[in-house]
Structures are given as structure tokens and as C-alpha cells.
Design a protein around this ligand. Structure first.
Ligand code: UD1
Ligand code: MG
Length: 456
């Protein structure tokens, strides 16, 4: 609860997310763009939720139903005209009527902000009317600059477009995260004006309104990455890079081994067990759960799959949604598995397709064998018992049952159920003609010689 803070005050969080994100050049609201598969607003909300606030209010723009759905169960309020960050806080103010505590204002387009940094900012406000999170940037271009007084308290915030050349040299910038006294907030908001370069109501006018007779605290975070805002597609790619690093570090801390972590791409919901070894260039899509001590070799691609302990995948394995790979099973190179359950210890080592299949334990599914699961209209299931041997280049035409211990001969196309321990074979018997190849070569040689004579 919010009483984890030293001062024991209630906490409300206001997330500003009404901006269209014109600079993203996209039909989606800016904060709905995804990082590791999760909209950036949801990354930020995760950190906000970890603070256990009494409420979270998200300010959205008109016609953003997907954003309203994404932030549920939190309250949303629509800013009808996008008249600036101050305007956005103003529309949230009625929902905070009578709220006497800390109001934390965060920007929806700075999704890497951590719980810890926000907690420190709230704690730093103490008895002052406002604390703001600052950050020192080598290149502060585009950000609001924090102007401090001689005692190091905040005097004013000047936006890039309103700054004098001298102010533009200041490298201490506004990250956009504020903690303010909830009891006084609505009174201050009434005093905002739009006499600035953009004709907008800036939340950054608060220090000027409160007045520097009051001590306003600047809390400086050393973590530049978590304060980065997202205004363009290039910014989105930069944020993705930082987030991927963070996810990889968390996995390595929990005992996952990565030889070349920068080439492993994770999804927000990826789960990987301790002792699992991941070679370079492995991609995790949505909903992947990998158990302990699994080996995933290079260039494998996993989506919606569960992989049990000790399994070995790849190189170049492709697991598609609803696949379960059993304990100690082996899925080798150029093997695609879709919506199938592979039993413990089974081996599908080379060039195979297994779709809509239930395969028992210790099955050997040889090179080039496939399940023929689609007739152009419907998908059909292949059920394979345990200890079955499926030879190379076999087509198993579904729907099909192959019982325990059966043997399917290489090169067969099977469209009838195979009982337990039976042999099933469906191919022409090979015919051998002795000397045929040598005769053939001789014939060809003579024909060529004849042609050459004609030309001459
Ligand atoms: C803002 C700050 C700037 C700070 C920077 C940090 C202001 C005036 N400027 O600039 O000092 O250095 O963030 O990244 O506050 N939004 C609304 N309604 C609006 C306008 C914006 O909800 O009418 C939301 C946007 O969805 C976005 C956030 O507020 O999530 C920030 O808006 P943006 O336009 O990106 O502000 P910056 O120019 O980045
Ligand atoms: Mg921004």
C-alpha cells in the first residue's frame, strides 16, 4: 500500500496519454505502439501498479477505444481538445476532487520509467508542494530545461521552443514526471495560461504558478534510459533496444545462459527456466514457456510453445502456437511443429513438419517425414502412440491413428490406421536392371559423336 512511503500519504497517479503522436506517422495512438509485444502504456502501468497507488487515471484522446481497453481496469478520462500537458492534467482534476495526498503525474510516452525512480520522487517531495524528476542529458535538445535557484531548488521549467540561447545550453532536463500536493493541484491548474510558443497549456508552468518562494525539489535520476521519451519511430526502436537489454539481464540473473545476449529477442511474457542455454539469434514470440535445462540452438523461432525440461531445439527449429515439447525431446534443424504435443524423449531431428498431432513418448520421426493435416478445407489430427518408428519421407495423411510400437516404412504415404506393433509400408518395390546405366551412358556418347560429325 501507499503507506510504504515514509510519509504515509495516499497516492494517485495520472498518466498523460492523449497525444496523437503525429511524429510517429501512424494510425495508432502513440502509447499503443508495442515494446516486446506489449503496448508502451502497459509497461508504464506495470511500474505504476507496483507502487500500489489508491488510483490510476489515464488521460486519453477522443476516439481511442483500443487505448481505453488496454488500460482496464484503470479509470480513463477523455481530453476532448489536445491543448497541452497542462490541459490533460486539468481534465483529470475533477476525478481527484477532495483527494488529499500525493499526485504523481507521468507521461505515457516514457514507458521505461521504473517503480523505484517514481517511488524516490514521491518520497523526495516531503513537505514541499512539488518534486520533479530531472535528468542530465548530453544532448538535451527537445526537452524542457530545469532552471534552478541558488539553493538548488526548482525555479522554472522552460520548453525548448520558449528557451533563450543561454537556457538551451542547460543539460538538466524535465523528464515529465512530477509529484504534486493533491490538495492544492486544482487551484494551481486554474492559473495555467497558454502564452507560449505553442499556444498550449503546459504542465511545466506549475513551478512558475507555485512560486519559487516555496522550495520545489528536483530529484535527478542517473538512469538516462528510463526517462527516454518516444516521439518517433526511431525513438521506439531505441526504447525496444533498452527494454530487450533489461529483459535479458533479468533472465541471466535468474540463471539463464546466453552466449550472445544482444542477438536473443524476447517477448514481454516469455518464461525461461534456470540452466537453460540459448545460443545466438533466437527469437521468442508471444506466450512461450521454456522449462529448466533446455538447449535452444541458433536461429530458432518460438511462438506459443511450451518446452519441457531437458529438451534440445534447433538449430533452425520453428515452434508454432499450441505446441508442447516433452521432457528430453529433440527437435532438430528445419523442423516445424504446429499445434502438436510431442511426447517425452521423442526425436524429430531433421526436415520435418508436424501439425495437429499427438505424439507419444520415444517416437522417432525421421528426416523428411510430415503429417498431411490439411485437405484444403479442414485440418485433421494425427495420433501417434509411443515407441513408434516413422521412417524418412513418410506422408501421414490425417485423420490417422498409428498405435504403440508400430513401424512405418520410409517413403510411404499412409492413409489407413496402423495397429500396434505392425509394419505399414506403401511404396513400389525397387526394380534392379543390371548393367543398364553403363549401356545408357554408351548410347548417349554415340549419339553425341554423331551430332558433332553432322555439324562438321
Ligand atoms: C514534454 C514536456 C517536456 C519534457 C518532455 C519529456 C511539457 C509542455 N513538456 O514534452 O518539458 O522534457 O515531455 O519527454 O509538458 N499529452 C496529452 N495531452 C496533450 C498533449 C500531450 O495527454 O494535449 C500527453 C502525450 O500523450 C504524451 C505526453 O503527454 O504521452 C507528453 O506529450 P509530448 O507532446 O510528447 O510532450 P513533449 O514535447 O515530449
Ligand atoms: Mg514526448
Amino acid at each position: 500500500m501507499s503507506n510504504e512511503f515514509p510519509h504515509n500519504r495516499p497516492l494517485a497517479v495520472v498518466v498523460l496519454a492523449a497525444g496523437k503522436g503525429t511524429r510517429m506517422k501512424s494510425d495508432k495512438p502513440k502509447v499503443m505502439h508495442e515494446l516486446a509485444g506489449l503496448p508502451m502504456i502497459n509497461w508504464l502501468l506495470k511500474s505504476c501498479e507496483a507502487l500500489n497507488p489508491d488510483k490510476i487515471i489515464v488521460v486519453t484522446g477522443p476516439d481511442m477505444p483500443e487505448l481505453e481497453a488496454a488500460v482496464k481496469p484503470h479509470q480513463t478520462v477523455v481530453q476532448e481538445t489536445r491543448d497541452g500537458t497542462g490541459g490533460a492534467v486539468r481534465v483529470a482534476a475533477p476525478l481527484l476532487a477532495g483527494f488529499d495526498g500525493d499526485v504523481l503525474i507521468v507521461l505515457g510516452d516514457a514507458p521505461l520509467m521504473s517503480e523505484n525512480t517514481m517511488r524516490n520522487l514521491v518520497a523526495a517531495r516531503g513537505d514541499s508542494p512539488l518534486s520533479v524528476l530531472g535528468c542530465l542529458l548530453q544532448n538535451p535538445f527537445g526537452y524542457g530545461r530545469l532552471i534552478l535557484n541558488e539553493q538548488g531548488f526548482l525555479h522554472a521549467i522552460v520548453e525548448e521552443k520558449d528557451a533563450t540561447p543561454e537556457q538551451k545550453t542547460i543539460q538538466l532536463v524535465n523528464t515529465g514526471v512530477f509529484c504534486v500536493d493533491g490538495a492544492q493541484l486544482s487551484g494551481w491548474l486554474e492559473k495555467l495560461d497558454n502564452n507560449n510558443a505553442q499556444g498550449e497549456f503546459y504542465i511545466t508552468q506549475l513551478p512558475e504558478i507555485i512560486g519559487s518562494a516555496h522550495k520545489m525539489v528536483v530529484s535527478v535520476t542517473p538512469d538516462v534510459h528510463e526517462t527516454l521519451g518516444c516521439n518517433t519511430r526511431a525513438d521506439l526502436a531505441t526504447l525496444e533496444g533498452h527494454l530487450q537489454n533489461r529483459l535479458r539481464e533479468q533472465f541471466m540473473e535468474s540463471g539463464v545462459v546466453m552466449r550472445s545476449p544482444e542477438t536473443v529477442h524476447l517477448w514481454h511474457d516469455t518464461q525461461i527456466g534456470e540452466g537453460t542455454f540459448i545460443e545466438p539469434n533466437v527469437i521468442f514470440g508471444p506466450k512461450v514457456k521454456v522449462g529448466k535445462n533446455v538447449t535452444i540452438k541458433g536461429f530458432s523461432h518460438l511462438e506459443g510453445a511450451t518446452v519441457k525440461a531437458g529438451a534440445i531445439l534447433g538449430p533452425f527449429a520453428r515452434l508454432r502456437p499450441d505446441s508442447v515439447i516433452g521432457k528430453d525431446a529433440k527437435i532438430g534443424n528445419f523442423v516445424e511443429i504446429k499445434k502438436s504435443k510431442i511426447g517425452d524423449g521423442s526425436k524429430i531431428n531433421h526436415l520435418a513438419y508436424v501439425g495437429d498431432c499427438e505424439m507419444g513418448e520415444r517416437v522417432n520421426f525421421s528426416a523428411g517425414a510430415i503429417t498431411v493435416n490439411y485437405d484444403g478445407f479442414q485440418k485433421h489430427k494425427t495420433i501417434i502412440g509411443k515407441d513408434v518408428m516413422v521412417g524418412s519421407n513418410v506422408n501421414l495423411v490425417a485423420p490417422l491413428h498409428i498405435d504403440d510400437g508400430a513401424f512405418v516404412a520410409a517413403g510411404s504415404t499412409i492413409n489407413e490406421d496402423v495397429p500396434a506393433d505392425a509394419l505399414s509400408i506403401a511404396r513400389d518395390t525397387a526394380k534392379i536392371r543390371k548393367g543398364w546405366a553403363a549401356e545408357f551412358r554408351e548410347k548417349m556418347k554415340q549419339a553425341k559423336a554423331k551430332q558433332a560429325k553432322k555439324k562438321a
